[in-house]
Design a protein around this ligand. Structure first.
Ligand SMILES: C[S@@+](CC[C@H](N)C(=O)[O-])C[C@H]1O[C@@H](n2cnc3c(N)ncnc32)[C@H](O)[C@@H]1O
Length: 320
């Protein structure tokens, strides 16, 4: 599908009013480009782990909006220009010029697939579902994955570090809890290495679908991998569904701001001696997350690993 992209050159003070005006015209999915720095509070609510340094805010902004090229008869552009002139009477809209460009005719959902190919982590081959099993894979564990729109191809440093830990700590027969399961990749790896059962949780409904499909793709019986939608940190129904003192291994590849509250809650679900394998921690937050883990007297940190700017902290529940 081709989209006509319109860019309004304006000021940061007019952005909110322009966004409302566009919404009233039925235009959805606008994009704002400016150099206004996010506050720490905003970063938290948006699950942003670190805030990039921006050039100084010069008060200018661009607002982009998109219209399906087949439906664009230019009438909407006229209405936008009228709306901008109306706004000009009570807010500084700056140039308020509108320029047009056309986006490429690409399948944005699937385009990334051409760049992702089979790779290995230790003795594990991870291959996209659309690539074949080759002779060199014989005798090795092979994971076939299509993440769909969920996170988790295995190629990200954070996922890779958890997989390396699963290769170390899964010995066979474990009960696994996979918090923030995404594509279900960590559960499927744990099951491939001999875990008895995995329960995945995620806030994203797409993760539930992708995990179930990936389990099926890897010949995992439906009763071996169950997936539920919800937040284990503060939803009692999800906590009850996960059960208490019943997991040998919990993995969670989620941002630091989620791992911190999770570290206080999670031990009630773990058996004594169970492992809590976490990743998704940007290195600037390593100390903060480690301190948080130490506040839970039931947890002891057993390992900290780094891959690029990402950190894995593996802890153990005291008891045996
Ligand atoms: C970085 S992805 C990890 C996906 C996969 N486990 C992997 O390692 O590749 C993090 C996932 O955590 C989910 N998530 C974020 N906060 C969560 C929470 N409080 N409870 C459950 N899932 C959460 C996101 O929707 C996302 O799917």
């Amino acid at each position: 599908m081709k989209w006509n992209r319109y860019t309004i050159k304006t000021t940061t003070e007019a952005v909110d009013l322009i966004s409302c005006m566009l919404a009233e015209l039925g235009i959805e999915g606008i994009e704002i480009q400016d150099n206004v720095q996010l506050t720490q509070e905003e970063a938290k609510t948006m699950f942003v782990d670190f805030i990039p340094e921006l050039p100084p805010d010069d008060g200018t902004a661009k607002v982009n909006f998109y219209i399906d090229a087949d439906e664009d008869d230019n009438t909407i552009l006229g209405k936008v220009e009228e709306g901008l002139e109306e706004l000009r009477t009570f807010v500084n809209v700056g140039d308020a010029t509108v320029t047009e460009s056309q986006t490429e005719d690409k399948d944005w959902i699937n385009n990334w697939k051409q760049y992702w190919h089979t790779f290995t982590i230790g003795d594990l081959y991870i291959k996209p579902t659309w690539e074949p099993v080759t002779d060199e894979m014989k005798g090795h564990q092979v994971l076939s994955i299509d993440p769909g729109t969920a996170f988790g191809t295995g190629s990200h440093e954070t996922t890779r570090m958890v997989i390396l830990q699963l290769q170390k700590y899964i010995k066979g027969g474990e009960e696994v809890l996979d918090v923030g399961c995404g594509s279900g990749i960590l559960s499927v790896v744990a099951l491939k290495y001999g875990a008895n059962h995995a329960l995945g949780t995620d806030l994203d409904p797409n993760a539930i679908i992708a995990s179930e499909e990936n389990a099926q793709q890897n010949d995992i019986a439906p009763e071996k991998l169950e997936v539920i939608e919800g937040n284990i940190i503060d939803d009692k129904a999800v906590q009850d569904r996960c059960g208490y003192e019943c997991y040998d291994v919990v993995c969670a590849n989620i941002l630091a701001d989620v791992l911190e509250p999770l570290s206080a809650e999670i031990t009630q679900h773990m058996k004594p001696g169970a492992y809590f394998i976490t990743s998704g921690i940007i290195d600037t937050k390593e100390q903060e997350v480690a301190e948080c883990f130490k506040k839970n007297p039931e947890l002891e940190i057993v390992e900290i690993n780094h891959d690029g700017e990402w950190v894995n902290i593996t802890a153990r529940k005291r008891g045996i």
